[in-house]
Structures are given as C-alpha cells and as structure tokens.
Design a binder for this molecule. Structure first.
Ligand SMILES: *Cc1c(COP(=O)(O)O)cnc(C)c1O
Length: 388
C-alpha cells in the first residue's frame, strides 16, 4: 500500500493528514485489561475513564460510549425526541450531529454559522425556533467554544434543551469552563481523527442530573443492570428502550492511557498549531487567506488547523500543489442542508450562505502529535511557494 491519495498522484504521500499518535503506555494498559479478565463494558478502565473525565471536566456524569454518534443517539432518546419535533443543528458539521436526531423522527432545521469562529450563528438559530423545537445542538468547531452565553439564554427562554456536540472540543474552554460541561448533555468523540483516541469511541457527558439514571438504562439495552451491580435492585430487567452503547474495557484501557497523558498530547498538538499560525501569518495577510480566529473568552484544544482561501478554485489548487509535494491536506464539511438527506428536510442552496462559502474555501492542514519539526518546515515551505 502506498499513502493516501495515491490514485490521483504519482507522488507518494510523505506527510499524511492524520496519524494516530501513541504515548507509550497504551500497550501495558491494554495487556492489563486482558489480565483483569473483564473485557466487556464497564470494567476497571471504563470506571477510571469516567472518574477522570468527571474530575477534569467538572461534569456530573461521564459515560463512555462506542462513538460520539452513539452518545448523540443516547441524547436524542433521553430528550424523548419523536416525530414532529424539530432540532436545530448547524449545517456546517459532521452528519452525526443531525442524523442522531433524524433517527428518532425529528425534523432537522439547519442554521448558518458565523464567519469568524465558524460556529453556530445564534441569530440564525433563533430565527428557526418555534413551539415544535425540542433541542439545539451547537458544535464547538475546531474546539473553539460557541457563544454559549447567548445560546443558553435563547434556549432557556424557549424551554429548549442544549446538547453540545463537543467532538472537537475535549480540553477546550469557554469563559473558563470546560466545553462539554455547559449544556444539559454533551458528546465527545474518541475516533482516530480526534485528539484522544481509542480507535472508535465516545462519551456522553451529563450536566443535568435528572438524565443520569435513565442514561445508564439506555446504555445497557434498556435494563437496570447498572443498579443491579451497585446492589440497588436484586435482579435486573427490561425497564425502558435502549441499546448496547458501552465499549469494551480493552478500548477503555487504550483511552485511559491517552487521557492520562493529556498534557503531553496537548502540548505536542499545540506546538504544531502555533507553528502554522505564526509561520503562515505574513503569507496569509499578503494573499487574502484567513487564519483561525480565537475569541478572548475561548481556549482551544488545537484540534484542527484550517485556512480559508479566497475561492473554491484557489482552495483546490492549494490541495493539488501540496499533494504534488507529498503533503495531504483535506477539506470539509459538505453542507448538510444541501446534501441529499438535508434536502428531504427542506434544505435549499442559499439557505446558509456562510456555510456554503466556508465549505468551498476551507482547507485543513496535517495536524497530529507526531509531526516532526522537519515535516512542519516542509508544509510551511510548500505553502509559501503557493500564490493564491
Ligand atoms: C467526529 C465527529 C462526530 C462523530 O464522532 P464518532 O465518534 O466518529 O461517532 C460527530 N460530530 C462531530 C462534529 C465530529 O467531528
């Protein structure tokens, strides 16, 4: 196998877009999980991950799930989302933000994003609220906090739930609070492409305590098994709807290794992010390229580094230019409101103009913790040669 993109380019990829990074302790902890002979869910390492996330983030309850997608699906069940309910999501996001609610029969309403942070535009969300609205799902894009102050006020005024999609945002903060600790519910992702990973995985974070008991039941196939293991009931039985949302303790061991090494992982990623930001500043200014904007009340977790090129044509040209030099840069997201599924909810081109422009012009640079100083120099040198 050659690198990514080998079908379109004769140059092998020297610098991939992402590479899962290990901290060194993963192997030992996975072996320990095997030795403990509890490899299904909710074993020793799952409990360690829960305790660490609750302590570090200041959330009432953290529950590991098999993915962020599944954590969002749990949130939709917990909110009793049903046919006829509406859920507001940004169009500029990964499909799961919307799909988890569509699965319960909700009508998805797509709001636009702000041109600075690329986060949900609260005015756009407000314009979509009506008596059928059940939930708003802000996505902290690139781990930069949404305007949660205004959003929380809006949601409270209309009695609407907030589910934070914090897939990018673990270790990011808004007004000194950890992202994921603000909405009634929040979701994290531990997919290979995220800062902390066990391959596939996620977590549901619960800040509104009244969801806790039912969340445990939904995660355990609709049974009160968690209560049974705590000795609170003498047998466990089917009490609600649910599914199997808990990951194997082997994956939790892998994740725990990563979460314990969070400072190291974050420092390495921060180094990459800061290098790009500093070394591309002059070039970006000269060529009308927009670098990330971080509001004063946000601390971001160096999840991704993007550039906004002046046009779709220049964005595509820079991707090709980098590929020629063995560097793999990518774009996202295809707007949800103009996707085939999004159109079934009434989405039309032109509904979310900022999303549509950003989707055309945004490029993401390689960002993972094991990028070497030489890699960084090479990426920057290649970009500086490019005149949009
Ligand atoms: C990665 C991602 C998800 C899905 O995460 P999985 O763990 O792969 O299910 C959801 N929302 C956003 C914004 C993401 O970036």
């Amino acid at each position: 196998m050659v690198g990514y993109g080998s079908m379109e380019s004769s140059n092998p990829i020297r610098i991939p877009f992402n590479k899962p990074g290990f901290v060194g302790s993963e192997h030992d902890l996975v072996m320990e999980a095997l030795a403990r002979r509890h490899i299904s869910g909710d074993g020793y390492f799952t409990k360690q991950c829960h305790a660490l996330l609750e302590r570090v983030l200041g959330v009432r309850k953290a529950l590991l799930t098999t993915s962020c997608t599944h954590a969002l699906e749990m949130a939709a069940i917990l909110l009793n989302i049903t046919e006829g309910d509406e859920v507001i999501v940004p169009s500029f996001t990964f499909v799961s933000t919307a799909n988890a609610f569509a699965l319960r029969g909700a009508t998805i309403r797509f709001c636009d994003i702000r041109p600075d942070t690329l986060n949900m535009d609260v005015d756009s969300a407000a314009s979509l609220i009506n008596p059928r609205t059940k939930a708003i799902v802000p996505v902290h894009y690139a781990g930069v906090g949404c305007d949660m102050e205004r959003l929380a006020a809006l949601a409270a005024r209309h009695g609407v739930a907030i589910v934070e999609d914090a897939a990018h945002a673990l270790m990011g903060k808004y007004q000194g609070k950890h992202l994921g600790s603000i909405g009634g519910l929040a979701s994290l992702s531990f997919h290979e492409t995220k800062n902390f990973s066990c391959g596939e995985g996620g977590a549901l974070l619960i800040n509104d305590e009244h969801f806790t008991e039912r969340a445990e039941i939904i995660r355990e196939k609709g049974t009160d098994r968690a209560k049974f293991f705590r000795g609170q009931v003498d047998k466990y039985t089917w009490v609600d709807i649910g599914s199997s949302f808990l990951p194997s303790d082997i994956l939790a061991a892998l994740l725990f290794a990563q979460l314990q090494a969070r400072d190291q992982i974050q420092n390495d990623r921060r180094g990459v992010w800061d290098y790009y930001h500093t070394h591309l500043r002059q070039w970006a200014k000269q060529h009308g390229v927009r670098q990330p904007i971080i509001p004063d009340d946000c601390e971001h977790p160096a999840h991704l580094y993007y550039l906004l090129l002046p046009s779709l044509a220049t964005r595509q040209a820079l991707i090709a230019h980098l590929k020629q030099r063995g560097i793999y840069a990518v774009f996202h997201y295809v707007p949800l409101h103009t996707s085939p599924m999004g159109r079934t909810f009434g989405g039309q081109p032109g509904d979310c103009p900022v999303t549509e422009r950003v989707s055309d012009c945004l490029l993401r640079l390689p960002l993972f913790k094991d990028l070497t100083p030489q890699d960084l120099e090479d990426v920057v040198a290649a970009i500086l040669e490019f005149k949009p």
